[in-house]
Design a protein around this ligand. Structure first.
Ligand SMILES: O=P(O)(O)OC[C@H]1O[C@H](OP(=O)(O)OP(=O)(O)O)[C@H](O)[C@@H]1O
Ligand SMILES: O=c1cc[nH]c(=O)[nH]1
Ligand SMILES: [Mg+2]
Length: 219
């Protein structure tokens, strides 16, 4: 797997990451969503450098110029619900992407430390030979990404797969690295050291879905 950890280089991205982590600033849910969206824009921009381009002729009012334009059929798939602001950020840059949505949530059984991933809702276009972008802001154990990819398999075989995430735990990064094809790319804003016994990323930011959209009752 090609891992692109953008925090290895200092940039304004650090400001957005610090704000989504900050226990005071993250109380402003509009700012939280917008920061995730801005991070999606940055990750999308960096990813765009690795895609395919074809030269086009563009007519200006004065002359013709040639410019290399993106030549990928992109399908942007996000995991509900925390994936929505990240999806919007990516879609801000990939104007013509087709879109897929899938729900994946953690179902806790009697023991709060153990959970399974439940996939229920799925809407997806044909993936055959397309560029699939799988977006989820939190890559904790990595199980949601893997369950999502499994659920998408009946929709066709993508030409290339890009995973996009904001904060990952090293354990989740290792899990997707060992599970996905070695040509898969991971575009991630930053990677934290560990998970706690409830599967939350430490230091992480808390519950991304709750911070973006409000606390949900456990099912
Ligand atoms: O890597 P994993 O261990 O699978 O964990 C990551 C998942 O947890 C979060 O979703 P959550 O279950 O909190 O759902 P929500 O978006 O509805 O809050 C997050 O958005 C991922 O989908
Ligand atoms: O740290 C985590 C792990 C999973 N989901 C979240 O929202 N945060
Ligand atoms: Mg959540």
């Amino acid at each position: 797997m090609h891992i692109h950890n953008l925090s290895q280089q200092n940039s304004v991205l650090n400001t957005f990451i610090s704000e989504i982590r900050d226990v005071i600033i993250q109380k402003d849910s509009m700012r939280f969503r917008r920061n995730i969206e801005r991070i999606g824009e940055i990750l999308g921009y960096e990813m765009s450098k690795s895609l395919n381009y074809e030269t086009s002729a563009i007519e200006t009012p004065l002359a013709t110029c040639s410019i290399d334009l993106l030549d990928n059929d992109i399908v942007l798939c996000s995991i509900l619900r925390a994936g929505v602001p990240l999806h919007n950020g990516l879609l801000n840059y990939f104007d013509n992407a087709e879109n897929a949505f899938i729900s994946a949530y953690r179902h806790h059984k009697e023991n709060p430390e153990s959970f399974e991933i439940i996939v229920e809702y799925l809407a997806c276009p044909n993936l055959e030979n397309k560029t699939l972008i799988l977006a989820d802001p939190m890559l904790a154990t990595g199980q949601s990404m893997v369950a999502t990819f499994e659920a998408l398999k009946p929709f066709g075989t993508p030409k290339e797969v890009h995973l996009v995430s904001v904060i990952g735990a090293q354990e989740g990064v290792n899990y997707v690295k060992n599970t996905f094809d070695e040509n898969t790319h991971l575009w991630i804003a930053t990677i934290d050291e560990t998970l706690n016994n409830k599967g939350y990323i430490i230091p992480g930011l808390g519950d991304a879905g709750d911070l973006a959209f409000g606390k949900k009752l456990q099912q």
